[in-house]
Design a protein around this ligand. Structure first.
Ligand SMILES: [Zn+2]
Length: 122
């Protein structure tokens, strides 16, 4: 499940329509490009639920590319698309913009998963 999420997230950020259409075809979820992302996501959620798994969605507006994945500092302004590399002013960690964002997305997904497991245990 985490692999599907990582794949859809990373591919969707790079090639939104292509990634959705490709995964939609593989999962037999219709045409995501035509039906829209909401229908695609609902189909994916349903198919995972049938397998006893859950779809974890990270807010697309979360500041993943401008949050330091080491110390958690959030830059005031977005890191521009042309600026591939940046250095955290607080801890000095140097980043590739997309790799840093991927680490933050993974951390948020795992945090959501752990919260989900704690709710199930109660
Ligand atoms: Zn930092």
């Amino acid at each position: 499940m985490a692999d599907v999420k990582r794949f859809t997230t990373l591919k969707a950020r790079l090639y939104p329509n292509e990634a959705q259409a490709e995964l939609s075809r593989k999962l037999n979820c219709g045409n995501a490009a035509k039906d829209g992302y909401g229908a695609f996501r609902e189909c994916l959620r349903y198919k995972l639920e049938r397998q006893g798994k859950a779809l974890i969605v990270v807010d697309c507006y979360a500041p993943t590319s401008r949050t330091c994945s080491v110390c958690g500092m959030v830059l005031d302004s977005a890191v521009g698309w042309k600026q591939r590399l940046w250095t955290c002013p607080k801890c000095g960690a140097a980043y590739d913009r997309e790799i840093n964002a991927a680490k933050n997305i993974k951390a948020e997904g795992l945090a959501q998963y752990q919260r989900m497991q704690k709710r199930k245990a109660v």
